[in-house]
Ligand binder design. Structure first.
Ligand code: ATP
Ligand code: MG
Length: 269
């Protein structure tokens, strides 16, 4: 039965899409059956895994308004995982869903039928707390929060935690935080170190030990329509996302310390 993870943060440009695409590819490489759902009308996750956003094909939009199913919409990527694509049309869902009953549950209900077919279902949420994100949070078992370690990040996190509480109270009582992921990390910055320390202080073991460094190969890979492990496997970015995949698998298996061992072997960037 798939674990369903929403990759979310209402703050823009923190590495949600980079994380969703690369973690999907790395989990697939570890032998996991993965479905990536692009919930962002920007469609960056769709292009980032090499799928052309052709207008004629159904997308997540048609699923949300009940005109297509997951089985009829998913596409296989070259990297061994499936994707439910998105394009600009998805921006209209906000309005179209207004008249639809149980609109917060549309994605959850659509995904329910394929949960047995996957080990992980990852959702790339848009940088907003809108109806698309709410559909993601209601469909999810857990949320993964990528964040840059800068001053305003902590303020944003307070808003996000408040939203999660509301969703838990009204729509999805079992929603949990899977983990907080430090992205675009620059160890030379004192502020980064300070914020990173505060995060660990507040959230303890919820903070992944794996840290994603700032790495230009991660920024270049999407323009080739490839996850970074297919683009430059030896890059620090690729190695970091592989480590993250192992940490996610270890957490699922209840073995958080395996990652420490990997770090001790020098695999941590
Ligand atoms: P949005 O909120 O717009 O959806 P996002 O949170 O999904 O953004 P990304 O699109 O993943 O963020 O990343 C923002 C930009 O930073 C992109 O150009 C991406 O290629 C780049 N980027 C992401 N992670 C890294 C990294 N670790 N090192 C270098 N560049 C990165
Ligand atoms: Mg994005």
């Amino acid at each position: 039965m798939a674990r369903v993870l929403a990759v979310t943060n209402q703050k823009g440009g923190v590495g949600k899409t980079t994380t969703a695409v690369n973690l999907s590819a790395c989990l697939a490489e570890c032998g996991q059956r993965v479905l990536l759902i692009d919930l962002d009308p920007q469609g960056n996750a769709t292009t980032g895994c090499g799928v052309v956003k052709r207008v004629a094909l159904p997308t997540v939009y048609q699923i949300l308004i009940g005109r297509s199913t997951v089985s009829d919409t998913r596409l296989a990527t070259d990297s061994g995982f499936d994707v439910l694509p998105a394009n600009r049309e998805l921006a209209g869902a906000e309005v179209d869903l207004i008249d639809i009953a149980q609109r917060e549950y549309r994605l959850r209900d659509a995904v329910a039928g394929v949960r047995e077919e996957y080990d992980f279902i990852l959702m790339d949420c848009p940088p907003a707390l809108n109806m698309l994100t709410v559909n993601g949070l209601v469909a999810a078992d857990r949320v993964m929060i990528p964040m840059q370690c800068e001053y305003y990040a902590l303020e944003g996190l307070t808003d996000l935690v408040a939203t999660l509480k509301k969703v838990r109270a009204k729509l999805n009582p079992t929603l949990e935080i899977e983990g907080l992921l430090r992205t675009m990390f620059d160890p030379r910055s004192t502020l980064t170190q300070q914020v990173s320390g505060e995060l660990e202080g507040h959230f303890g073991s919820k903070v992944y030990r794996t840290i994603i460094p700032r790495n230009v190969r991660l920024a270049e890979a999407p323009s080739y329509g490839k996850p970074v492990i297919a683009f430059d496997r030896s890059s620090k970015g690729a190695q970091a996302y592989l480590l993250l995949a192992h940490e996610v698998l270890d957490r699922r298996a209840g073995k958080p310390d395996a990652v420490q061992a990997a770090a001790a072997l020098g695999m941590q960037p």
